[in-house]
Write a protein that binds this ligand. Sequence first.
Ligand SMILES: C[S@@+](CC[C@H](N)C(=O)[O-])C[C@H]1O[C@@H](n2cnc3c(N)ncnc32)[C@H](O)[C@@H]1O
Length: 425
Amino acid sequence: MKKNEIYNTDTNKLIRSISGDIAYIDPPYTVTQYISAYHMLETLAKYDNPVIKGVGGKRDRENKNSLYSQRSNAKKIFEDLFRQIQFKHVLVSYSNQGLVPIEELCELASHFAVDGRVEINYFDYQEYQNHRASKKRNGKSLNEVIIYFEKDLSIQKSPINYSGSKDRLVPMLTKILPANIDTFIDVFGGAFNVGANIFALNKVVYNEMNPYLFELVKMLLNSDKNKLINRIELRLREYNLEKGNKEAYEKLRAFYNTNKNPLDLYLLHMYSFQNMIRFNKEHKFNTPVGVAGYSEDIRDRIINFKTKAPNIELLNMDYVNLCWDEFGDNVLFYFDPPYYITSAAYNDGKRGMKGWGINQEIELLSTLKMLDNKGYKFILSNVLKHKERVNTLLLNWIKQNNFKVIDAGVSGWRYAKNEILVINY
Ligand SMILES: C[S@@+](CC[C@H](N)C(=O)[O-])C[C@H]1O[C@@H](n2cnc3c(N)ncnc32)[C@H](O)[C@@H]1O
């Protein structure tokens, strides 16, 4: 038996649930709505005696107008298609007379392609014409093109082992992204597992309040990768750092606390107890030695750590001080705050840094409401229930505002939790 599958659904919905090797896309490219041109076939297939209208005796379109045939939406819906498609090889048929100019379509595809590479093949083709089609080429030299690219399907895990990392949430989070994203703001950036993996057309913004973590992310993103690995490996040998070697670890830790060099903090976190980046009130790094250390996996993660968006802005501030209106149009804010009903070393308030209690939770919810009032889109990561505890404040706020809750499954690098995503669009 052949395992073919057929679907009768909106492509942009379908691609969120299927994946494979090769996708061939032959979308409408003119303003003609197929539903209107093929109304007879639709009626024959349904045999439902519809009410018909107008000179052509057409049936009602039942809101089945394609966004690919709408001048104002065609490019946006392609952006969504390219962002969501989970196929390695993508082929798109289009025309030099399509609603989206070929150059723009290729440029758009390049944002989602491996190494930004897009191929284009031209074919001469007989022009399709109806009363609204362009006649400027006299029905002859229409160029049909096939655009090909290899979709960048990789998800890069941050080279920082960090409690609260959301790398496993990225596929789910990607599926619920809106169609049009110029700028993605990772408001509580942490180890930057999320923002780095989001295809924003213009820019991704990383914000993190903890200055030590911020410096680590900055170093990892901005350094020449091979030079950085050489420096790391040299330093490991210099201090004779090995898994569980307490003496060597404490020697480096003591040195780090005198000069606060991010490279040494990076080394320390690989060998520290549960990879914890923890400071005391005097801002001295104080995690004891653990059992893990530098590995091939970490090395690969260092090499592959980069953003999918073409530009990046790094901010080191308390999120309440962000200038929300300065990020331009089509911006999406992603909030992954410390969770009120769980605990982690970064939110206990005992580390010389602001903790996360009821006041912070209230402030966060009112910030999100303020963004919603201004018309901005946001996604909030959180948990509603954890070990008998329920975040009733969050639950009531979601109900009052009619925001959508999406079950995002289990996440968490060390302590698994049942995650939800709250969206306002
Ligand atoms: C759950 S973690 C984010 C993890 C991140 N999504 C990842 O996958 O790597 C929350 C982060 O918010 C930071 N943070 C806490 N309070 C903050 C504040 N007021 N402003 C900005 N960042 C804050 C913490 O230092 C922590 O790194």
